[in-house]
Design a protein. Structure first.
Length: 304
């Protein structure tokens, strides 16, 4: 699932809804969501879970300038009992420290490159665009700086010691720099892909966002993966009051083969501060030799 801006806002608002007993100077919150979609993005139409999760997050004050925090989130299939053993899978889990220096965290969490470069264009709830390669999640330590006059720096490193069919041994480094001034935000990202099985690969991306008005945001991205592909995308998102209207378009340029296109649009409608429904449609080409397929999805999100 691709969490939209409204989904993130709903989740944040819901975090304070349920608290459990914690030690003095600490807070622990229980949160989660149930998500369903009816989609034809895979083989045939199907009713599916769209990334339902449940989690714990908390914070402990160490002193006036330092706090510790954690997050533990599980993802589970909420659409059927058959076809799986009922176990939940880890979505995110990390622990960290934050203060005037910024914050540092270690564990498994979303790629800082993906958040900074790809998410604004690949903004769909259920459907999705093809993104350039990023380092897999897990075994990662990351640093997030405070803002220096609008400039923010982020860095992460993933250590992986054992070779497998999917990854090499080594340390994959990801770097992100963001600069914001007035309505303009520019982000530059780099992912070494050191643990990827293809030697000498890396992904570099640029994202530019502009807040045209409080309700309208425009963004563009360009990213390139060495010896693999380039991607250029444009996106717009408009908050109309009861939800968001959004649209994205992307051109993929493989190093081998012709260019191909992806474009799509969607709309959300809030039934309450923590409940919304949505509909999406997209034209997806999986390669330069494949015909474009029109994909659709409708779904519901309930956060708690």
């Amino acid at each position: 699932m691709k969490k939209s801006i409204i989904a993130i806002a709903v989740s944040s608002a819901a975090l304070a809804s349920v608290s459990v007993h914690a030690a003095e100077g600490s807070t622990v919150d229980v949160y989660g969501n149930i998500q369903y979609a009816y989609t034809d993005k895979d083989a045939g139409s199907d009713f599916v879970d769209n990334g339902s999760t449940i989690g714990l997050m908390g914070e402990t004050t160490i002193n006036d300038d330092l706090a510790a925090f954690f997050k533990y989130e599980l993802e589970f299939n909420a659409d059927q009992k058959e076809g799986h053993d009922g176990r939940a899978d880890l979505d995110q889990a990390f622990v960290g420290l934050k203060g005037n220096f910024g914050k540092v965290q270690v564990g498994s969490f979303d790629s800082i490159y993906n958040n900074a470069i790809q998410d604004s264009v690949d903004q769909f709830e259920n459907l999705g665009f093809k993104n350039n390669a990023t380092t897999t999640e897990g075994d990662t330590i990351a640093y997030f700086s405070p803002s220096f006059g609008g400039l923010e720096l982020q860095a992460s490193a993933q250590a992986h010691k054992t070779e497998s069919a999917a990854r090499n041994s080594g340390t994959a480094v990801t770097l992100v720099g963001k600069y914001s001034v007035d309505a303009l935000t520019v982000a530059l990202g780099y992912d070494s892909l050191e643990n990827d099985q293809t030697d000498d690969e890396n992904t570099i991306g640029l994202n530019v966002g502009y807040q045209v008005m409080p309700a309208l945001n425009l963004s563009a991205k360009f990213e390139t993966t060495k010896d693999t592909q380039d991607a250029f995308g444009l996106a717009a998102r408009y908050a109309y009051g009861a939800g968001d209207i959004y649209a994205s378009a992307q051109v993929i340029s493989p190093d081998a083969g012709d260019d191909y296109n992806e474009f799509g649009a969607g709309v959300t409608y809030s039934l309450a501060s923590n409940v919304y429904v949505y509909g999406e449609v997209a034209s997806i080409e999986t390669s330069s030799t494949a015909d474009a397929d029109t994909k659709t999805a409708v779904g519901v999100y309930y956060g708690f």
